[in-house]
Design a protein around this ligand. Structure first.
Ligand code: CMP
Length: 140
């Protein structure tokens, strides 16, 4: 079924000048960018986005990393978009990411892991709405 998912190109990948290469992988896999913007997240924005991880030991480092530089947030649309994006990204820890995945090719550490993608339909809905209002999404 056609789905939408939230993708974030994280500060490490933006700093590497890899925005285009990463978006190109989404497009080549048949996902369409239906919304996009560049943001330098505040601590409040990053902490709110990752609220489910608030009690985890890595939360502070995660928020610190996600606010360390600009990110590109996008809504990707396509058939099975949530799972397709996760396949393209590879495992959260780049050391475990399969060859040819975005994280295998661009990520360095579990924090600086190049990209984020929604992990379920419920989180996709919440995460898309966290960054985009309905009139910022352009279905096509
Ligand atoms: P992301 O998909 O953006 O969701 C939460 C992020 O926390 C994750 O990618 C990692 O970058 C980061 N993180 C740091 N340590 C861990 C960990 N032990 N388990 C899961 N995520 C972690």
């Amino acid at each position: 079924a056609t789905e939408r998912t939230l993708s974030i190109i994280k500060p490490d990948a933006v700093a590497k000048n890899a925005i285009g290469e990463i978006i190109s992988r989404f497009e080549k896999a048949g996902l369409k960018v239906v919304a996009a913007k560049m943001l330098h997240l505040s601590e409040e924005q990053a902490g709110g986005f990752y609220a489910e991880h608030k009690e985890r030991p890595f939360f502070k480092d995660l928020v610190g990393f996600m606010t360390s530089g600009p990110v590109v947030v996008q809504v990707l649309e396509g058939d099975d978009a949530i799972a397709k994006n996760r396949d393209l990204m590879g495992a959260t820890n780049p050391k475990e990411a399969a060859p040819g995945t975005i994280r295998a090719d661009f990520a360095e550490t579990i924090d600086a892991n190049a990209v984020h993608g929604s992990d379920s339909p419920a989180s996709a809905e919440r995460e898309v709405a966290y960054f985009f209002s309905a009139d910022e999404i352009c279905p096509r």
